[in-house]
Every structure is written in C-alpha cells, then in structure tokens.
Design a protein around this ligand. Structure first.
Ligand SMILES: [Zn+2]
Length: 158
C-alpha cells in the first residue's frame, strides 16, 4: 500500500519545488540540488527551465540585492519613535505611588471606599485607603493591583 502511494507520487511535489527554488537561490549546482532532493539531475534541469529559473552572474545578483534594499520601508521618524517609546513605557504608570487622599477609619468604611489598610492595625495612624473602589471590588485600582501582585507572596509568608 505504502509502496504504491510512493510510486504514484509525482516527482515534483510542492515541497520539492520549494526546495529546488531555495537550493537554486543559494547557488547549489544542479547535481547538488538533485542529490539533496532525491531526483535525477535531468529532472532538476528540466524543472528549472520550466520554472524560468536561470543562473544570474554574481554582479547581476548584487545589483538586484542593492535595488531591493532600497525598497525597504523608510526609517521611523523621531515622532514615531517617541510614540513607540511612550507605548512601551505606559505600563510603568502602574507602579506610580497610590495616593490615598480619602483615607478613613474602620467606622467610615463602606462599599464606596477602598478598604486597603494603611499603616499597621492598632497603630495611632492606622486607617483605610478610602479611595473609590473598582466596580465590584473592595479596593481602588491601585490597591487591587497591589493585592493581586502581593497575593502569592502573602500566601508564602503565612
Ligand atoms: Zn486603595
């Protein structure tokens, strides 16, 4: 069964044609290509002529490469580069200090206030963040992020 399939396979499968083209581009001789692909040298020569692939002199090849290099996209302008940098550094804003300007006591705490504890429980200056929390969350965006980031570490400490 397998032997029959192999014998029915055409000499030039799409994969072999791709190989032929890449070997030809890299400058292999017809004999080397034939050995690499596993077909006869005559098959390689015949296929190359059918594909209109002809050898170019090194000089011609260099000229072609220069031409294609000139066609590459222009370099990003300074403005574009700045925008790219800003895009890269934007996540850094997440590390900005969290300002709890609405800090409140335990008794003032409600669902509209971030319940992130500030300072140590029991200390004189102990209070809660009190910022507007994220929808459905007990913490403001900054403290939610902090809680999320330090979660695994707190579990380890416990
Ligand atoms: Zn908060």
């Amino acid at each position: 069964m397998i032997a029959i399939q192999t014998s029915l396979q055409p000499t030039w499968t799409p994969e072999r044609i791709e190989l032929l083209k890449s070997y030809f581009e890299s400058g292999l001789s017809c004999r080397d290509i034939a050995v690499s692909i596993g077909v006869s040298r005559n098959a390689v020569i015949g296929k190359l002529s059918r594909l209109n692939l002809t050898r170019t002199t090194p000089g011609e090849r260099r000229a072609r490469r220069r031409k294609s290099a000139g066609l590459t996209a222009p370099r990003a302008t300074a403005k574009q580069q700045l925008r790219m940098l800003q895009a890269v550094y934007e996540p850094e804003a997440d590390d900005a200090p969290i300002v709890s300007s609405n800090s409140c006591s335990l008794f003032e705490l409600n669902e509209q206030r971030c319940r992130w504890p500030i300072s140590t429980p029991g200390a004189d200056d102990f209070c809660f963040c009190g910022n507007t929390p994220l929808g459905g969350m007990p913490y403001c965006s900054g403290h939610y992020r902090l809680a999320y980031q330090s979660g695994p570490r707190q579990r380890v400490a416990r």
